[in-house]
Design a protein around this ligand. Sequence first.
Ligand code: SF4
Ligand code: SF4
Length: 64
Amino acid sequence: MIDKIKHLQNKCDFCGTCVAVCPHDAIELAEASLQILFNRCTLCANCIHVCPTRALEMTDENSL
Ligand code: SF4
Ligand code: SF4
């Protein structure tokens, strides 16, 4: 069972706040798309806590 960060595209306003707090440069933000780089992410959850629109959540990969 592996947890990972899930990004809800329809809730995101692409403000970049999560990018700024990620200690591992694991979030890539382009104009209207956001990618989590799972090989860098340590599941610290910083990004989840700062997202103003709750567009990020921790999820169990097996339940996707
Ligand atoms: S902080 Fe939330 S709303 Fe802002 S870019 Fe990140 S996921 Fe999107
Ligand atoms: S959980 Fe932490 S390491 Fe992973 S994308 Fe969010 S801020 Fe970056």
